[in-house]
Structure formats: structure tokens, C-alpha cells
Write a protein that binds this ligand. Structure first.
Ligand code: NAP
Length: 515
């Protein structure tokens, strides 16, 4: 039984804000207060340009009078180099568990140290499943789109998909990355996207997928979106193929309001959307989930600019503004947003906006924003933010339970330098005395045996599809072991996949060219 709750109450912490009457974008994360009533935030300066952008943001937030206190912690390059493979020390994890709010600079995975990105580790450790990436046109930030009023949000799934980083060398020359998409993960992100739209008074949600090609993985996102959309009748819902979405974003970006998408699509589309409004220097993000919120710029550590006092701290500052609204510091958020708009409108901007001539340094730009605190931006609308109800879905791990299921065949993946014809003849013979037959062999998804006459250029990685001769049967594991053993006598195999049918629907996709 699926229970849908909206997380409006705060978790049990020693000192937490006691109610959620605040009118602003994010209200789902508990906030820890210092004895003097300030909201405690874990701050990670990060690598490369990280310390410059984070310190600039801290200075502006402090000058705004926001009731925020910092607890500085480490993650990233220096931690990897000390020999900690995750790049995230225990103290940092403990601090985040306490504060639940993080302002984070970009982190680098130095080549030769550590296997995994510390960013991905943080997102996964705290299950921040939704990455909210807004972009909007800003004063004096000239782009080919200036004057069109671009104002949209990419809602990127943040913990699944190819970014689980599950990779295997299948043969010495063929690599594989597993793309895992759960129905439950799709439901969480799709509901979050609709809630973001509602909270910000937006009218449309587009779901961008590659469901036409990846019918089971990307297709799950599309199907879940189409199932959930009717629950939000006040918001228009459209599905769009992700490559066309990129094309439409460049051609006519103002047709979009909210775009929800899988992890890798979202990573790429959100860099594209940042380019529409002036670049990565202006693209903030919030990683939201079930109890921790991490605010950061979309950009990375841009090492070539580190320590030069030239980079643009606006993306990080805008992430800071999102953070302030999240913890209920609405006046400070609005004060800073206005000061930032006034500063840009006055023509003060960093090198990425105006070039080397006449550019303000990072610190001069920061000083200008501080000096403009209290001024209102004329002609530049700031949004009214309402609470986002971050969906807290109590979905069991085995939430999709079919009434019937069968195994009707098995794919065995083998390495071989033989031709498809040679393999086909041998494989057919190897299983001739068993209840299965060789249906086909494919090479990177395209059928090559029985031959098609196509000009396929093969690699040494083959999928051999064996089907039960009895079309009503259920292939037992003992038979599967027998087939594997027969194949393994002559071929080096690296993995198998059961071909399953759930409630009469195929649980696998057919090959290019398969009947
Ligand atoms: P990047 O650091 O985002 O830099 C790419 C380019 O974007 C820069 O060369 C610069 O463009 C521009 N840029 C980025 N931030 C800017 C700012 N604040 N102001 C002005 N321009 C800015 O991407 P990368 O070079 O691919 O990655 C560098 C490292 O960062 C890698 O180790 C990567 O893994 C890491 N990374 C971390 C995060 C994160 O922590 N969330 C995200 C992405 C990447 P121009 O060259 O045109 O001036």
C-alpha cells in the first residue's frame, strides 16, 4: 500500500523551528538553532574557485542581517589527498546530520585520488533525490535571448540513472554502464516537479526523456509522469523527447516553465539552460530530499581561475538566496536578491559578463552588492515564493508486485573473436539437447545472427539469446546453469540476464532486427 505524505512537520532535533507557517519556497527540512536563535548551516568552502564564491556569499548573507550561523567543514580534493577515498570525512557527515542544511562550494575529484565524486557521495548519502536548477534573465547580462524574459526551472533526478556509476569492462575493449531507473525514484521526482511548479505559480511541466529508445528505463519516467500528471489538473503536462527539448530550448526557451528529467539528461540540459541566461556564473541549484538540503552553484571548481579574484560569485549567491528561503529567512533573501539585481542593473559585473575591460573583481562585485542592500530593483520582478510540499513517499522497496511472472529465456553475454556465423552454428549445437534454442545473437544491440545482410561492424562482445522451446514454460535456474555450463565450455562469458515476463508484458527489450 502506497502512502503519500507531505512533509510539513520538522523532525526531532534538539532545537528546531517549531512551525511551518513561513511563506517561501522550501519548508521541508528541519533547522537547528544556535543558543542565540540563529539557523545553523554546514558550510563547505570546496576546491578551486569554491572558497572565493562561498566566502563572497557568506559576506553578503552576514551583511544582510540573516539569522544564520556557520559550521565550517571539509570535503573534496584535500580530503582525497589525505587518503580518504570518499572525499567526505566523518565530521562533515556528523555536522550535516545535525544542521540538515549545507552551503557548499564545488568539489573536485583530483586525478589519481579517490574513485568517486564527493559531490555524488554527498547527494547519495543524504538522499537528496531532487536537484532544482532555476535560471532567469538578469539585468545587463547580455545574451542572444536578452529581452525574452527566460525564467524556468530544471528539476533533475539526482541519485539514480547512469550516475550510480556502476561500470564494468565487459571485454578488454568493451565497457558497460548500468542505467538503473526505479518506478519509485521517478514518482518522487515527478511529484517534486509538480510541487515546485505549484509553489512558484508556474503553469507547465515538461517531462524530457529518451523513452522512444530506452523504453524500459526512460520509458518508466514517461509512464509515471503520465500517470501522475492528472493529479495536478491546474498544471499543463507535456512529454518531450529530450533531444528535441534541447533543440526547443535553444529555439524558443520561453515556452518552458518546469522541465523534469532523469539524472544525466538533467545534468546536460541544465548546463544548456545556464548558457541561455549568461552562463554557469548565474546558475544556482538546490539538492532536496527527505531531510537534508544542499545548496550549491551548478558550476565546478574552474581551477584555472582559482585565487585570481575574477570569477563570478552570483551562482553561489543565488544558491545562498534559495537556502535563506528554505530556512525561513525571507526578508534577508529578498534584500539580497534585490541588491544583486540593482548591482547588475547598475553595470557592475565580473569578467565573464563584461570581458576583461571594466570588469569588477569578485571582491569588488561582492562589495557593490553589500552596498546596495536595502535598494529595490526597479523593473525586475522577483517571484513570490510559496512553500514547496516536498513529497515524502512511503513506498515499499517491492512496490510493483505483478500477479504473474515467468522466465522465458536467457541472454548470455560472451567475449569472442569468431564471426557471428561461426558462433551461431556452435551455440546452436551446444544447446541442441536442451529445452532451449538459440533465437539470435546480437552485437551491441543489433541482430547479427541469423544474418540480416546489414553492414554491422562488430566488437568482441556478443549477446546470445536462448528461448524456451515451450512458449508457455518457465525456465528453471537448474536449466539456466546447464546452458551456462555448456556455453562456458567454449566461450568466455561475462554476464547473463533472465528474460522475464511480468503480467504478460515483456520485461526486456527486443534487439534491433528481432522479430
Ligand atoms: P567548471 O568548473 O564548471 O568550469 C567550466 C567553465 O565554466 C569555466 O572554465 C568558465 O568558463 C565557466 N565558469 C564556471 N564557473 C564560473 C564562475 N563562477 N564564474 C565565471 N565563469 C565560470 O567545469 P569543469 O572545468 O568541467 O570542472 C572543473 C572541476 O569541477 C572538475 O573536477 C569537476 O569534477 C568539478 N565539478 C564539480 C561540481 C560540483 O561540485 N557541484 C560541478 C561540476 C564540476 P570559461 O572558461 O569560458 O571562462
Amino acid at each position: 500500500m502506497l502512502a503519500l505524505l507531505f512533509h510539513h512537520s520538522f523532525l526531532q532535533l534538539t532545537q528546531t523551528i517549531a512551525d511551518c507557517r513561513i511563506a517561501g519556497i522550501f519548508v521541508s527540512t528541519p533547522v537547528t538553532l544556535t543558543p542565540s536563535g540563529q539557523k545553523l548551516v554546514t558550510v563547505i568552502l570546496g576546491d578551486g574557485i569554491g572558497p572565493e564564491v562561498v566566502k563572497a556569499t557568506q559576506r553578503i548573507i552576514e551583511a544582510s542581517g540573516a539569522a544564520v550561523a556557520w559550521e565550517e567543514q571539509e570535503a573534496g580534493a584535500a580530503v582525497f589527498k589525505r587518503g580518504l577515498p570518499s572525499g567526505v570525512p566523518e565530521e562533515t557527515i556528523a555536522s550535516i546530520m545535525k544542521t540538515r542544511i549545507v552551503l557548499k562550494g564545488p568539489l573536485e575529484t583530483p586525478v589519481g585520488f579517490g574513485e568517486k565524486s564527493a559531490n555524488v557521495t554527498l547527494r547519495k548519502l543524504f538522499e537528496t533525490y531532487g536537484n532544482i536548477r532555476p535560471v532567469r534573465e538578469l539585468p545587463n547580462v547580455k545574451t542572444p535571448y536578452s529581452g525574452r524574459g527566460i525564467d524556468l526551472v530544471v528539476v533533475r533526478e539526482n541519485v539514480e540513472d547512469l550516475y550510480a556509476g556502476i561500470e564494468y569492462m565487459q571485454t578488454p575493449g568493451v565497457a558497460e554502464c548500468l542505467k538503473l531507473i526505479s518506478r519509485k525514484g521517478c514518482e518522487k521526482i515527478v511529484r517534486l516537479a509538480f510541487e515546485v511548479a505549484r509553489a512558484e505559480g508556474r503553469k507547465k511541466v515538461h517531462c524530457a526523456t529518451k523513452a522512444n529508445i530506452m523504453k524500459l528505463t526512460e520509458g518508466t519516467m514517461k509512464r509515471v509522469f503520465e500517470q501522475i500528471a492528472p493529479e495536478y489538473p491546474d498544471i499543463e503536462a507535456h512529454h518531450i523527447i529530450v533531444d528535441n527539448c534541447a533543440h526547443q530550448l535553444v529555439k524558443n526557451p520561453t515556452q518552458f516553465d518546469v522541465i523534469v528529467t532523469t539524472n544525466m539528461n538533467g545534468d546536460i540540459l541544465s548546463d544548456l539552460t545556464s548558457g541561455l541566461i549568461g552562463g554557469l556564473g548565474f546558475a544556482p541549484s538546490a539538492n532536496l530530499g527527505s531531510g537534508v538540503a544542499i545548496f550549491e552553484a551548478v558550476h565546478g571548481s574552474a581551477p584555472k581561475y582559482a585565487g585570481k579574484n575574477t570569477i563570478n560569485p552570483t551562482a553561489m549567491l543565488m544558491a545562498g538566496i534559495m537556502m535563506l528561503r528554505h530556512v525561513g529567512e525571507f526578508d534577508a533573501a529578498s534584500l539580497i536578491e534585490n541588491a544583486m539585481l540593482v548591482t547588475l542593473a547598475s553595470g557592475v559585473a565580473t569578467r565573464d559578463v563584461v570581458g576583461d575591460e571594466g570588469a569588477a573583481s569578485t571582491s569588488a562585485y561582492t562589495d557593490a552588492i553589500i552596498s546596495n542592500l536595502g535598494k529595490r530593483a526597479e523593473g525586475w520582478k522577483t517571484r513570490d515564493y510559496k512553500p514547496i510540499n516536498i513529497p515524502q513517499l512511503d513506498i515499499p522497496v517491492d512496490s510493483v508486485r505483478p500477479e504473474s511472472r515467468r522466465v522465458i529465456g536467457v541472454d548470455i553475454f560472451v567475449e569472442s573473436a569468431q564471426t557471428a556465423e561461426e558462433m551461431g552454428a556452435t551455440m546452436t549445437k551446444l544447446v541442441s539437447e536442451t529445452p532451449v534454442y538459440l533465437k539470435l545473437i546480437s552485437n551491441r544491440g543489433t541482430r547479427v545472427y541469423p544474418p540480416t545482410g546489414a553492414l554491422t561492424d562488430n566488437a568482441d562482445h556478443w549477446r546470445c539469446r536462448f528461448m524456451l522451446s515451450d512458449s508457455e514454460g518457465d525456465l528453471p535456474d537448474e536449466l539456466l546453469y546447464d546452458i551456462l555450463q555448456r556455453v562456458g565450455v567454449q566461450y568466455r562469458w561475462m554476464h547473463i540476464e533472465k528474460l522475464q515476463v511480468f503480467d504478460g508484458a515483456l520485461g526486456y527489450t527486443k534487439d534491433q532486427g528481432e522479430d
